[in-house]
Ligand binder design. Structure first.
Ligand code: SAM
Length: 278
């Protein structure tokens, strides 16, 4: 939809773009097509989070066999119900953070190879990502629009300012790549930040070996607690210092290394070694 269509729709339904729900509607057709088409050869079923006025949804319903969307704002749901009549579309009026995604998938799709396509509400990007990672194994790939700075964290490489525990977490479980950058004026109203579309594909479990997931998540968090500190200093209050040094030596990592210099694999290996001695 272009800017005029969006404004007309908002007027007609006496609706506004609500800041509290991160409502910035896409008005750039090229961007919409790119988002809708990136996974079209691999998937038939798609989940959309936050369909809003349906700019992206209109492309999804013509590109995929079945589309299931979750929208928190009842006004948007009313507009979608009135304007998108395709039989392969269902919108559920729910907060995505409170949805049992796997159950909804089971109820709606016959096949469990699902992708997620969304122009996400930026205020809850990370909680949504963590929820999908942990609770929705049927979602195999995602193409999402997020704030550019957050995209850079997801893509962050060791020894760069963008690399942190979130980069490690995302890259442990997903392959991540950038699709396009999107300027503020592709939206109405324009957000305060530049955006980016990224693609994430869930890795096969056999591609990484984490012996104790809870410990890995904890170690990853602790390691990056204070970026300026060494790994030893970030961990020594919780784990025995000598053991930490032994593990670093065993893994050929300098005793004075900081976490930002460790690859995702090294952090996984570190947690596996720690698990052996706890
Ligand atoms: N997809 C539309 C587009 O591209 O123009 C709208 C995207 S807008 C950035 C984000 C959408 O997510 C809004 O429609 C908003 O109401 C919805 N939303 C916000 N928080 C949500 C939540 N917790 N659960 C489901 N939808 C949410």
């Amino acid at each position: 939809m272009n800017l005029n269509e969006i404004k007309e729709l908002l007027n007609k339904y006496n609706a506004g773009a609500l800041k509290k729900y991160g409502q910035n509607f896409l008005i750039n057709d090229n961007v919409l097509k790119t988002i809708a088409n990136t996974l079209k050869d691999q998937f038939k079923n798609v989940i959309e989070i936050g369909p809003g006025l349906g700019s992206l949804t209109r492309y999804l319903v013509t590109t995929y066999d079945k589309v299931l969307a979750f929208e928190i704002d009842p006004k948007m749901v009313e507009i979608l119900d009135d304007t998108i009549k395709e039989e392969n579309f269902r919108v559920v009026e729910k907060d995505i953070l409170k949805v049992n995604i796997e159950q909804e998938i089971n109820n709606y799709f016959d096949n469990k190879e699902i992708c997620l396509i969304a122009n996400l509400p930026y205020y809850i990007t990370t909680p949504i990502m963590l929820k999908v990672l942990e609770e929705a194994p049927s979602i195999k790939s995602m193409v999402i629009m997020i704030q550019k700075e957050v995209a850079e964290r997801f893509l962050g490489r060791p020894n760069t300012k963008d690399y942190n525990s979130l980069s490690v977490l995302i890259q442990t479980y997903m392959d991540v790549s950038k699709v396009i950058e999107v300027s503020k004026n592709s939206f109405y109203p324009a957000p305060e930040v530049t955006s980016a579309v990224i693609k994430l594909t869930r890795k096969e479990k056999t591609n990484y070996q984490i012996d104790n997931e809870e410990l890995f998540l904890k170690v990853n968090r602790l390691m990056f607690k204070q970026r300026r500190k060494t790994i030893v200093n970030n961990l020594k209050d919780i784990y025995n210092k000598e053991s930490i040094l032994d593990i670093l030596n065993k893994l050929n990592i300098s005793e004075t290394a900081r976490s930002e210099s460790l690859s995702v694999e090294q952090i996984i290996n570190f947690s596996n070694e720690l698990n052996k001695i706890l």
